[in-house]
Design a binder for this molecule. Structure first.
Ligand code: NAD
Ligand code: GLY
Length: 372
């Protein structure tokens, strides 16, 4: 018999919501959603791949819960987080006469959550939305915390809004259909929580990554629950990233620069870029004399053991000039008065925010070009 679902709470006053983690939640989503909808009408937004796999099941469950539905499907992939797709989606939602008290259901990975969440944030000045994340990355990170955005030619996630979902349903059974490359990319965000502030979780991951990446349900549930608990606590303390929430960007300044350089065509997945970014953030911390080199080696060994990249060269970007990556970094949302904010670490599980990284040492690290 399937284990009972676990329920966590993101405490944000009147914007508080639950994260439910379990198996079979998509097939039961009508019952779970009915109490949180202002009106029993919703539009399910998903991508072509996810729609083929789960849309019928979700719509059936919603109908069984007495919820009237329509569905909109967008092309799969990062390319959908753009202005054209956003405009099309908004026009389609309006054509369906979505009212202020109706709800957008984001069924898919981080791309769908970010795109549909942003559309919900600005449609009729803001309507409710619910996250039904179907990738590991979305279940442990992007579906929680209310960041929604599209990309610009100037960089990733530069146009967006904070808009909290009304509920997150993380059905780990849906991860069974996820290609291994995508599971691995999501694993980089799982690992991030261990590296930020939970050494015991990092040790657990060192032991249990093989089971988790083989799709073991118990291991996945545990990893999703630990990750969501950590993220919920940070978001509750700092919803709009004026402080601590920036810790969640460990590795991301590097990652976003690599993604901007690679383009958003699926050649480099966000989680793969994050894996490289995590290794680089630790390497920079060691370069600055803040972190013992054994900790960098331990992290790099683990990334390599699971099959994640640890350098720009490993993702085909070894020849990119440091000045080009630095220029991408200057578009980072954390730039303040022209200064970059970096998340550095004193060791595994000991990340901190630094606003005074020596640019010359950073450029030296970027120029050091470790082998793939
Ligand atoms: P994604 O949404 O593109 O999903 C990856 C691929 O997996 C897609 O092709 C999708 O169709 C497919 N897929 C999804 N679920 C599936 C399933 N269960 N079975 C089979 N295939 C499935 O990518 P992602 O990695 O989930 O998310 C990446 C995005 O998330 C990036 O745009 C990133 O910027 C964003 N993000 C946002 C936040 C945030 O806080 N808002 C945090 C982290 C990342
Ligand atoms: N993914 C980083 C954040 O939600 O703040």
């Amino acid at each position: 018999m399937a284990r009972e679902a676990e329920r966590l709470r993101v405490e944000l006053g009147e914007r508080s919501y639950d994260i439910v983690i379990g198996e079979g939640l998509l097939a039961d989503c009508g019952r779970l959603l009915a109490p949180v909808l202002a009106r029993p009408r919703a539009v399910v937004v998903s991508d072509t791949t996810v729609a083929d796999l789960y849309l019928d099941e979700v719509r059936r469950a919603l109908r069984d819960g007495g919820i009237e539905t329509d569905a909109i499907t967008v092309p799969a992939g990062e390319g959908s987080k753009d202005f054209d797709q956003l405009r099309d989606l908004l026009e389609q939602l309006l054509a369906l006469r979505l009212e202020r008290r109706d709800t957008v259901l984001a069924l898919g990975g981080g791309v769908i959550g970010d795109l549909a969440g942003f559309a919900a944030a600005i449609l009729r000045r803001g309507i409710d939305f619910v996250q039904l994340p179907t990738t590991l990355l979305a279940q442990v990170d992007s579906s929680v915390g209310g960041k929604t955005a599209i990309n610009s030619r100037h960089g990733k996630n530069l146009i967006g809004a904070f808009h909290q979902p009304r509920l997150v349903l993380a059905d780990v059974a849906a991860l069974a259909s996820l290609p291994r490359r995508q599971l691995l990319a999501g694993y980089a965000e799982v690992l991030k929580y261990g590296l930020i502030g939970d050494f015991a979780f990092f040790e657990w991951l060192e032991k249990n990554a093989p089971a988790l990446l083989a799709g073991d349900g118990e291991a996945l549930r545990h990893a999703v629950a630990v990750s969501c608990r950590a993220k919920a606590a940070i978001v509750a303390r700092d919803e709009r990233e004026t402080g601590d929430r920036a810790l969640l960007n460990l590795g991301h300044t590097f990652a976003h620069a690599l993604e901007a350089e690679a383009g958003y065509d699926g050649g480099l997945l966000h989680g793969e870029a994050v894996a490289v970014g995590l290794a680089m953030a630790f390497a920079l911390s060691a370069e600055l004399g803040l972190c013992p080199s054994q900790e960098v080696e331990r992290l790099t060994r683990h990334l390599e053991a699971v099959g994640l990249p640890t350098s720009p060269a490993a993702v085909g970007l070894g020849e990119v000039e440091p000045s080009v990556l630095l220029a991408h970094m200057q578009q980072d949302k954390k730039v303040s008065d022209g200064r970059l904010t970096f998340i550095l670490a004193r060791g595994i599980g000991q990340a901190f925010i630094s606003r005074d990284v020596d640019q010359a040492r950073l450029a030296a690290l970027l120029a050091s070009r470790p082998a793939a």
